[in-house]
Design a binder for this molecule. Structure first.
Ligand SMILES: [Zn+2]
Length: 253
């Protein structure tokens, strides 16, 4: 059986002498594992379209329940991401999160489009703070995966604009500092009015304008801290690519 699909290469692992095993994110079939036979051989016609973080137009064929790449044409490369180690590590983190949040045979057009948009911003908008792009990606990805937080008002007293807003990670809900006692066990992180507004915008706003906002440094730190911690708390796992990205961001490295 043959199938024709667009796909983003989320991960590739070398296999045998010249093959690769790819993890792909496709709009219609979600996550797909496919082998790319001979793709590491010099002059292979599928080499360019089966590289990490390349968005490609693929022809796949199935034999005994396994998919292989027959043809691969590059639709979009993110050169500005690939050529900068910090951006590359963040792009790989986006891919690892997308892999964790997607399923086989479950259409994922919105998640795919989120990863592509995020890579596009890393590639073409060097002025955007990486922490902003990362946090907006994390929160939106969580919303798409069914973990949309409750940001409308204080979860305890229903105040539409919580006083000294905090974000309870396990509950996934915002609350006033004074209402902390009603929120149960677990960690609450301090936000600011601007950080909360940014979370609302990212969670509910137009996907095309996901990154079109600015924050002062203090609010950006709170926004990005809350988004990352929310993802880690809800998914109950870490990400090797995130650890690597953070090592690169340490001062003096
Ligand atoms: Zn309250």
């Amino acid at each position: 059986m043959h199938t024709h699909t667009k796909a983003l290469v989320l991960r590739c692992v070398d296999y045998k002498e010249s093959d690769k095993i790819l993890t792909l994110l496709t709009p219609q079939d979600g996550k797909v594992t496919a082998s790319a036979r001979g793709s590491r051989r010099r002059g292979s016609p599928i080499a360019a379209g089966t590289q990490l973080l390349v968005y490609a137009d693929l022809v796949l064929y199935e034999y005994r329940g396994r998919w292989s790449v027959k043809e691969a044409a590059v639709e979009r490369e993110f050169r500005g991401v690939i050529q900068d180690v910090e951006r590359l590590s963040l792009g790989c983190y986006f891919a690892e999160v997308a892999e964790a949040l997607s399923l086989e045979e479950e259409p994922a057009p919105e998640l795919l489009s989120l990863v592509l948009n995020s890579l596009h911003v890393l590639d073409r908008q060097p002025e955007k703070p990486l922490e902003l792009v990362k946090a907006a990606f994390e929160l939106r990805a969580m919303c798409l995966a069914g973990y949309a937080p409750a940001l409308d008002g204080c979860a305890a007293c229903s105040a539409p604009e919580p006083e000294e807003p905090h974000f309870h990670l396990r509950e996934g809900a915002v609350h006033c500092a004074a209402c902390r006692g009603e929120m149960g066990d677990g960690v609450s992180m301090p936000l600011s009015a601007a950080a909360l507004a940014a979370m609302r915008r990212v969670a509910e706003g137009d996907p095309k304008r996901l990154f079109s906002f600015q924050l002062d440094p203090a609010s950006l730190e709170r926004f990005s801290g809350a988004c990352e911690a929310y993802l880690m708390t809800q998914l109950e796992r870490g990400f090797a690519t995130l650890d690597f990205y953070k090592q690169l961001r340490l001062p003096g490295t």
